[in-house]
Design a protein. Structure first.
Length: 96
């Protein structure tokens, strides 16, 4: 894409896909909750996903997240520590 071209929706989706790939914990959290981000990729959910990726990148609960993902805790128990729990629940409900 040249400097004078405006980004397209396809460019934005490619950027989102790249960011999702780089956020391993967030991808694992989505998978554990049964959320496929490729099926949830609407304009509204893309904004939610970008914000969630930013929260995940700056989260202070990464150790709790890793421990939860590695363990057998009930699926809903992530709500206690995950700053993205509300977003993940919205995506889980709307993607089903």
């Amino acid at each position: 894409m040249s400097i004078n071209q405006k980004p397209t929706l396809a460019d934005a989706r490619h950027g989102l896909a790249q960011r999702l790939w780089s956020h391993r914990l967030f991808r694992r959290m989505l998978a554990r909750q049964g959320v496929d981000p490729s099926t949830a990729a609407t304009r509204e959910s893309e904004t939610l996903l970008y914000r969630a990726l930013d929260r995940c990148a700056h989260c202070s609960n990464k150790e709790a997240c890793r421990g939860w993902l590695a363990g057998d805790a009930p699926a809903a128990s992530y709500i206690r520590f995950c700053p993205n729990s509300e977003t993940i629940e919205v995506l889980r409900i709307t993607a089903s």
